[in-house]
Design a protein around this ligand. Structure first.
Ligand SMILES: O=C(O)c1ccccc1NCC(=O)[C@H](O)[C@H](O)COP(=O)(O)O
Length: 378
C-alpha cells in the first residue's frame, strides 16, 4: 500500500514511499521526500503533498486520503500560516515569535524548542535518525501496561515521573539519581514511567531515558518532551521511548493527525494532553486516539486545579471517551489518596505523578502513601 508521510509542524514535508511497515526500518532516499517548505513564511502554490497525494489518491488508504483533503491542508493552500491555523483552533501558543516577548512560559519553552530542534536536525537529519531505529529496543505496550495495572489493583495505574526540576517549582530533588529512582518506582508498582527529556526547563535529557532502559527497567517509558516536529518522535523512538506526549494546546489538528499516524507506524503510544473542553473536543474528533491525559496544571499560568479532570469528563464528553474505549490519565497536582480517589471517581484509569513522589526521601516507598495501599507489580 502506498503511504503518505507528511509533517506539518513548522514545515510541510511529504513523501510517498513504498510499503508502509518496512519503510521505517530503512532510510528514505532524498528523492522520496518533497522539499521542505517553511510554514508561515511565503505564500506558495499547493504543497507537494496535495498535488502528489491527490494524483495518487486512488492508491492511498482512507486515513491518508482524508488527511490530504483535510481543512488544514486546504487552509495552508490558501496561504494561512501554521500559527493562523492553530489560532483558528483556539491555540494561543504561537510557534513563530512575532514579538520578542512570549505571552507565557509555555510559549517561551516552545520558541526555545523550535530553535533547539532545528539545531539537532542539522546535526542529525531524519534519514540518519531512521538508520538508528533498528538498534532501538522493541517498543513496549504502554496502554496495555496501564490497563493491566488498573485491573490488578483497582486503583488508577501509576505513570511515575522521573523529574528533577520544573519551571513552576524549580529544583525538586538535589540528590537526583534517575536510574535508582526509576528502579524504585518500578519495584513499588509503577505501571509506566515518564522521563523528562527537556534540559533547559526540567534538567532532563535523553541520556536518562537510555540509561533507564539499559538498566533493565521493564516498565514502558513515556518521553516527556515538548514535541513540535516529527523528527522528535523518530528521535525519541531511536532512544528507546515507548510513548510520546503530544500537547493539544501547542499542536494544531493536522500535526496531531500526522504525528499519531507516525507514532502508530513506529509502534509508539501517543499520549494526547488536553486542559480544557475545546482541546478535548478536538482530540475526540481525531480517529485512533487511545490515550488522553487531562492536565490539571494550566501550563500557561501554572495554576493547578484537580476539578478540571472531573469537569472535562462530565456528560457527553465522558460518554464519548467511554464509547471509544479511551484510557484517561489524570495529570499533575496529585498528592494524597483522596486526590487519587477524586480523579478515579471522574473515570480516570491512570495518573501521572511527579512532584509528590520525587520530593520524598524514598520516592518508591512513597507510592503506597499516595494510593493508601501497596500497588502490585505485574
Ligand atoms: O511542572 C511544571 O511546572 C510545568 C511547567 C510548564 C510546562 C509543563 C510542566 N509540567 C509538566 C507536567 O504536566 C508535569 O510534569 C506532570 O503532569 C506531573 O505533575 P506533578 O505531579 O504536579 O509534578
Amino acid at each position: 500500500m502506498q503511504s503518505l508521510c507528511l509533517s506539518a509542524s513548522a514545515r510541510v514535508r511529504v513523501s510517498i514511499p513504498g510499503p508502509t511497515s518496512p519503510r521505517l526500518a530503512r532510510s528514505l532516499s532524498p528523492a522520496e521526500w518533497a522539499p521542505e517548505i517553511p510554514m508561515g513564511s511565503v505564500r506558495r502554490s499547493a504543497p507537494l503533498c496535495c498535488t502528489r497525494g491527490l494524483q495518487e489518491a486512488s492508491a492511498l488508504d482512507n486515513e491518508t486520503y482524508s488527511l490530504i483533503n483535510s481543512i488544514e491542508v486546504r487552509e495552508w493552500e490558501s496561504g494561512k500560516s501554521i500559527d493562523d491555523i492553530a489560532a483558528n483552533q483556539g491555540i494561543r501558543i504561537r510557534r513563530h515569535p512575532s514579538t520578542n516577548t512570549p505571552r507565557n512560559i509555555l510559549e517561551k519553552i516552545i520558541w526555545d524548542k523550535v530553535i533547539e530542534v532545528s539545531e539537532l536536525k542539522k546535526e542529525k537529519p531524519l534519514t540518519l535518525v531512521k538508520e538508528t531505529l533498528a538498534d532501538a529496543p522493541p517498543a513496549r505496550d504502554f496502554v496495555g501496561a496501564l490497563k493491566a495495572s488498573y485491573e490488578r489493583n483497582g486503583v488508577p495505574a501509576l505513570i511515575a515521573e522521573v523529574k528533577k526540576a520544573s519551571p513552576s517549582k524549580g529544583v525538586l530533588r538535589e540528590d537526583f539519581d534517575p536510574v535508582e529512582i526509576a528502579k524504585a518506582y518500578e519495584q513499588h508498582g509503577a505501571a509506566c514511567l515518564s522521563i523528562l527529556t527537556d534540559e533547559k526547563y526540567f534538567q532532563g535529557n535523553f541520556k536518562i531515558l537510555e540509561a533507564v532502559r539499559k538498566a533493565g527497567v521493564q516498565c514502558p517509558l513515556l518521553c516527556k518532551e515538548f514535541i513540535i516536529d516529527s523528527w522528535q518522535i523518530y528521535y525519541a523512538r531511536s532512544k528507546g521511548a515507548d510513548a510520546v506526549l503530544l500537547i493539544a494546546g501547542v499542536l494544531p489538528d493536522i500535526d496531531i493527525k500526522l504525528m499519531t499516524m507516525e507514532c502508530r507506524e513506529l509502534g509508539l503510544t501517543a499520549l494526547l494532553e488536553v486542559h480544557n473542553e475545546r482541546e478535548l473536543d478536538r482530540v475526540l474528533n481525531i480517529d485512533g486516539i487511545q490515550l488522553i491525559g487531562i492536565n490539571n496544571r494550566d501550563l500557561e499560568t501554572f495554576e493547578v486545579d484537580n476539578s478540571i479532570t472531573k469537569r472535562l469528563l462530565e456528560g457527553e464528553r465522558g460518554e464519548i471517551v467511554r464509547k471509544k474505549g479511551i484510557i484517561v490519565v489524570g495529570e499533575s497536582g496529585l498528592f494524597t489518596p483522596d486526590d487519587v480517589s477524586y480523579v478515579q471517581n471522574a473515570d480516570v484509569k491512570a495518573v501521572l505523578v511527579g512532584e509528590s513522589l520525587i520530593k520524598q526521601n524514598d520516592p518508591g516507598k512513597a507510592i503506597p502513601g499516595l494510593f493508601g495501599k501497596e500497588i502490585l507489580q505485574c
